[in-house]
Design a protein around this ligand. Structure first.
Ligand SMILES: C[S@@+](CC[C@H](N)C(=O)[O-])C[C@H]1O[C@@H](n2cnc3c(N)ncnc32)[C@H](O)[C@@H]1O
Length: 178
């Protein structure tokens, strides 16, 4: 029932259907494939648009997605199971700052409250485990952008690039030159 054609159409549907994250979805998908990511952590699920795209890519690399949300996101949990993507997924229903975390992360995607203190705390908590890239949604929002700029000032071995798009897409990678 869920074959390659089904998952390709689901991917193309998500890529071509408007959502506030639509413009960033191909970046996530092809980043996971190109970097052969195996362990991805997503903070912020809501309706699971980004979650589905991350899962579609990880299904191809044989990787795993852990998603954290302070809300139960029951409809999303149901929706992920309905399209057969639950095998590549662990959902944690908790405040992300309270989650016990000790695993390496190839790619971290932050899309929660976008407030200054929360974003900075998320970066400080999870970045030590990130071996690859951190993406942040909504960097056009001043508190979120400020948190990223302060983070790279405190930890200059991280480099910030703004990829743009309607609501912004921040990319943090380890700066090898410093
Ligand atoms: C913008 S939505 C995520 C959208 C999702 N990434 C997508 O593109 O489909 C933000 C989510 O972050 C969650 N959230 C807010 N603060 C949080 C926290 N401290 N810990 C975990 N999740 C949080 C909210 O419950 C909400 O579901």
């Amino acid at each position: 029932m869920f074959d390659e054609i089904y998952y390709k159409s689901l991917r193309d549907y998500l890529f071509t259907t408007w959502s506030d994250i639509q413009y960033a979805l191909p970046t996530f998908y092809y980043h996971i494939l190109l970097k052969d990511c195996k362990n991805v952590l997503e903070l912020g699920v809501r309706h699971g648009i980004s979650t589905k795209v991350l899962l579609l890519a990880l299904r191809k690399t044989g990787g795993h997605l852990t998603s954290v949300d302070i809300n139960e996101c029951l409809e999303t949990q149901y929706g992920i199971a309905k399209v057969g993507l639950q095998h590549w997924w662990t959902f944690i229903n908790e405040n992300d700052l309270d989650v016990k975390w000790d695993k390496p992360i190839d790619m971290l995607f932050i899309d929660t409250s976008h407030t200054y203190h929360q974003t900075l705390a998320e970066l400080e908590k999870y970045s030590p485990f990130v071996t690859g890239t951190i993406f942040l949604h909504d960097t056009v929002e001043y508190p979120c952008r400020l948190a990223v700029e302060v983070f790279v000032d405190i930890y200059p071995f991280w480099k910030y690039e703004e990829l743009g798009g309607q609501y912004g897409l921040g990319k943090l990678t380890r700066n090898k030159m410093r």
